[in-house]
Design a binder for this molecule. Structure first.
Ligand code: NAD
Length: 378
C-alpha cells in the first residue's frame, strides 16, 4: 500500500480505498440516537464502496457542560479542526426545565455552537429543500405546485452582513434611534459565490443570486462580484432575483430553483421559508463550510427533548447531512447519491417514523429506519 496526502491508499489491485477522519458530536436530546443511525449508514456505505471512516467522539453543548462545565473546550475545537469533517446531532435542552438554562447565556449549550462555528470559520451555510414524491402530502403548497416537486439548495453567507455590523441605539434630537450597519466586502462575496458555483456544478448548473440591488449598495456590489465569478463557470446559468420576488417565487414556483445564493439576513429568512414548504423538519439536512473542504454537517432541527430517549426520532435529516458530507467534504458523489437513493427507497417502500407517518404506511422507530436505509445502499 502507498499513502498520499489526500488520505488515499492505493491497493495493489489499483483500487482506491479512502480513509476519512470524522469528528462526531452526538449532542443532546435526540442527538445521540440520530447520529448513531447516520454513522451506521456511513459505515455501510464505506463497506460497499471500500472506504474507511474513523470517528472521534467530541462533546459540545449540554453534554460538554455536564462533563467540563463549559459548552465547548479549546481541546474539542482543536480536535474538530483536525478532522476532515464534523458530523453533529443537535444540542440543547428544554429551556424551562434544564439546569443548563440557569447558567449565564455565554455558558449555555447554544454558546458552544456559536463558538464552534466561529472557531472553524464556517462562512457558508447550505440547506437543501427537497420535496420527496412520497411526502408530497405534507407539503403546504397547492397540489398542482407540489405535483411538480422541487429540489433546491439555499446557500447563505453566514459571517457578514447586518448580523455582524456595528449597531447602536441612541437619542438623536430627543428621539430614540437605532442603527444597524450592513457591510460586505468583495472578498466575502467572492468566496461564497465561488462555493455556490462549485456546488451548482455538482447539481443542476443554475445559480439564482438573490439581492436587493434596486435599493442597497451592498447588493449592487454583491451582483457585480457574483457576475465576475460567474465568468469562470460558463456551464452554469446565472440569474439575479430581488429578495421580495424570491420570497414569492418560493411558494409560487419552487421547481424553478437549483442553487439560491444570498447574503446572511436574506438567507436566514428564505432558508426557513424553503424548509417549511417541504413540510417535515425531520427530513432537513444542513452543512456549514469554510474555505477548505472542511464542513460541519447537522440536521436543521433541534434536539427535540420532548421525544428524546423514546427511539422514535426521525434520523433521515442526519443521514442526509452525512450524504452532504460525502459529497462536499470528501468528493464522494457516487456514494452520496447511493445514500440519497437509499433514503428515497425506504420512503417508497412505505417506511415512516412517527413524524412523517400517514395512513397505509409502516411506522418504524429510529434504529429500524437506519437499518432499512442501510439495506438499500448499493
Ligand atoms: P426542535 O426542532 O428540537 O423541535 C420542534 C418539534 O419538532 C418538536 O415537536 C420535535 O419533537 C420535532 N422534531 C425535531 N426534530 C425531529 C426529528 N428528527 N424527528 C422527529 N421529530 C422531530 O425545536 P425546539 O423544541 O424549539 O428546540 C429544542 C432544543 O433544541 C432547544 O434547546 C433549542 O435551543 C435546540 N436547538 C438546537 C439546534 C442545533 O443544535 N443546531 C437547532 C435548533 C434548536
Amino acid at each position: 500500500m502507498r499513502y498520499d496526502k489526500n488520505h488515499q491508499y492505493f491497493s495493489f489491485e489499483g483500487m482506491v480505498d479512502m480513509e476519512f477522519k470524522i469528528g462526531v458530536i452526538k449532542g443532546d436530546g435526540i442527538g445521540p440516537e440520530i447520529v448513531t443511525e447516520a454513522m451506521k449508514v456511513l459505515d455501510k456505505t464505506g463497506e460497499v464502496y471500500g472506504h474507511t471512516f474513523s470517528y472521534t467522539q467530541l462533546l459540545m453543548g449540554g453534554a460538554s457542560i455536564d462533563a467540563y462545565g463549559v459548552p465547548l473546550t479549546e481541546e474539542t475545537l482543536r480536535q474538530a479542526r483536525e478532522s476532515d469533517a464534523v458530523l453533529m446531532g443537535s444540542i440543547g435542552g428544554d429551556a424551562k426545565t434544564s439546569p443548563w438554562y440557569r447558567l449565564e447565556p455565554s455558558k449555555r449549550p447554544e454558546a458552544g455552537l456559536l463558538a464552534l462555528r466561529k472557531g472553524l470559520n464556517l462562512f457558508a451555510n447550505l440547506r437543501p429543500a427537497v420535496l420527496y414524491d412520497e411526502l408530497k402530502g405534507a407539503c403546504p403548497l397547492k397540489e398542482e405546485i407540489a405535483a411538480r416537486g422541487f429540489d433546491m439548495m439555499i446557500m447563505r453567507e453566514l459571517t457578514g452582513g447586518l448580523y455582524f455590523g456595528k449597531r447602536s441605539t441612541e437619542e438623536v434630537d430627543g428621539v430614540l434611534t437605532a442603527k444597524d450597519e450592513l457591510t460586505y466586502n468583495e472578498n466575502e462575496i467572492r468566496r461564497i459565490a465561488k462555493r455556490a458555483f462549485d456546488i451548482a456544478m455538482k447539481r443542476g448548473r443554475k445559480v439564482t443570486s438573490v439581492d436587493k440591488a434596486n435599493v442597497l449598495d451592498s447588493s449592487r456590489l454583491w451582483r457585480k462580484i457574483v457576475e465576475e465569478v460567474a465568468a469562470d463557470y460558463p456551464e452554469v446559468t446565472l440569474e439575479h432575483m430581488l429578495v421580495d420576488n424570491c420570497a414569492m417565487q418560493l411558494v409560487k414556483d419552487p421547481a424553478q430553483f437549483d442553487v439560491i445564493l444570498t447574503e446572511n439576513m436574506f438567507g436566514d429568512i428564505l432558508s426557513d421559508e424553503a424548509s417549511m414548504v417541504t413540510g417535515s423538519i425531520g427530513m432537513l439536512a444542513s452543512a456549514s463550510l469554510n474555505e477548505t473542504k472542511f464542513g460541519l454537517y447537522e440536521p436543521s432541527g433541534g434536539s427535540a427533548p420532548d421525544i428524546a430517549g423514546k427511539g422514535i426520532a426521525n434520523p433521515i435529516a442526519t443521514i442526509l447531512s452525512a450524504a452532504m458530507m460525502l459529497r462536499y467534504s470528501f468528493d464522494l458523489d457516487r456514494e452520496a447519491d447511493a445514500v440519497e437513493q437509499a433514503v428515497e427507497a425506504a420512503l417508497r417502500d412505505g417506511y415512516r417514523t412517527a413524524d412523517i407517518m400517514s395512513e397505509g404506511r409502516i411506522q418504524i422507530g429510529t434504529a429500524e429506519m437506519g437499518d432499512r436505509i442501510c439495506g438499500y445502499i448499493r
